[in-house]
Design a protein around this ligand. Structure first.
Ligand code: GTP
Ligand code: MG
Length: 373
């Protein structure tokens, strides 16, 4: 929740912070300038100083995700198995996208209408009659936030390490994100076709970071692969499914949708486009949805081959058309009953973000303040 400190409040209402502290003291409460104000104190102060406050830190006021979760808790959930969501991470050029391309091309029937033309950040493939969703991430150091977000929306992280290059900074960073998100890690030791491949060195380097291979008595699966020859790819998929079984991933497809925005953009002729991964419920054409400050009625859903689909189930990725604007990557999308509710939620979210931005810009430095007390 968003909070405000005593000095920030004083700054906002244009009063010396000492006056605010004195007022609080007269009410029988002790505050220092750096303490956070509770909602009650803010309301009393507002009255004393004759100002209007809107408390945007009231969770209910903008947190539509919570409303969705509460509703789910109240109803009887019908939980069924869902597709696992796998995020592929690793250092730049270690072969993340190549691996995904290989996996997809092996699974997409040749000559299928459309082929692999769309760029979306999330893909789904089938293995042993089960669906697996993959999210690709860039390895470049500038994309720390995408990796952090990726780790959050995922069930399993695959860290790709090139066998001829070994552990590098973004390999370590990917592992840290996965650990922070408490997500299981599978290591794909890639480029095994190369002369200089040294998988034992990769194992030793990772063991040093606490990622010890199963065949060395540790807990982590290391799968040697080559995105060039296809070696080990089926093994990797099997390992993913085994790991997913341990997680017992379930969701309720009978309820309204909740999904996470993976990437979004404004496209010529199509308007705002968002790739989402469904977390719970079923996403359908015609759903009225809200995602951050965007809302709208779902005009069309596209799969990762650009084909129009009617719905997307839990764990599945889908491209959504029909939003009022471009939602932020990482935003949660939910469907609501009426257009009015959707607009209201989006408006509150926008208002909340505006206030948050405002409180950032009105912050004063502590040096300025010590002179005031
Ligand atoms: P970023 O997205 O930029 O972080 O890179 P990436 O990890 O997605 O790597 P990408 O798949 O783009 O591959 C980088 C280079 O390595 C390309 O030239 C690939 O052809 C090559 N490459 C990837 N996998 C293999 C492999 O298994 N064997 C060989 N020989 N080359 C590979
Ligand atoms: Mg890539």
């Amino acid at each position: 929740p968003e909070e405000i400190r005593v000095y920030e409040f004083a700054e906002k209402i244009n009063k010396p912070v000492s006056e605010v502290i004195k007022e609080l003291f007269s009410l029988g409460v002790m505050f220092t300038k750096n303490d956070f104000l509770d909602k009650d104190s803010i309301e009393i102060l507002a009255e004393t100083f004759g100002i209007n406050v809107t408390t945007v830190n009231d969770q209910e006021a903008f947190d539509y995700v919570k409303a969705y979760d509460d509703e789910g808790e109240a109803s009887d959930q019908i939980l069924v198995e869902r597709a696992p969501v796998i995020t592929i991470m690793g250092h730049v050029d270690h072969g993340k996208t190549s691996l995904l391309d290989y996996i997809r091309s092996a699974k997409v029937a040749a000559g299928e209408a459309g082929g692999i033309t769309q760029h979306v950040g999330a893909y789904m493939v089938e293995k042993n009659g089960r669906n697996i969703t993959f999210i690709d991430t860039p390895g470049h150091e500038a994309f720390t936030e995408m990796r952090s977000r990726g780790a959050k929306v995922t069930d399993i992280v695959i860290v790709v390490v090139a066998a001829d290059d070994g552990v590098k900074p973004q390999t370590k960073e990917a592992i840290e994100h996965a650990k922070a998100a408490n997500v299981p890690i599978i290591i794909a030791v890639n480029k095994m076709d190369k002369e200089a491949a040294n998988p034992d060195l990769v194992k030793a380097q990772l063991a040093e970071l606490g990622i010890t291979p199963v065949d060395w008595g540790g807990e982590h699966e290391f799968v040697p692969v080559s995105a060039k020859t296809g070696m080990g790819i089926e093994d990797l998929l099997e390992t993913i499914l085994l790991q997913a079984d341990l997680l017992e991933l379930k969701a309720d497809p009978s309820r309204e949708v909740k999904a996470t925005v993976i990437e979004s953009s404004l496209e010529k002729g199509r308007g705002p486009v968002a790739t989402v991964v469904v977390e719970d419920g079923t996403m359908r054409v015609g759903d009225i949805v809200v995602a951050g400050v965007a809302f709208g009625k779902v005009k069309a859903l596209l799969d990762d081959l650009g084909r129009s689909v009617k719905e997307a189930l839990p764990g599945e990725p889908v491209v959504v058309l029909g939003l009022s604007e471009v939602p932020g990557a990482g935003d949660t999308l939910i469907s609501v009953k009426t257009d009015k509710i959707a607009r209201e939620y989006a408006k509150k979210k926008a208002e909340y973000l505006r206030q948050k931005e405002l409180s950032k810009t009105t912050k004063v430095s502590l040096d300025d303040l010590s002179a005031m007390i």
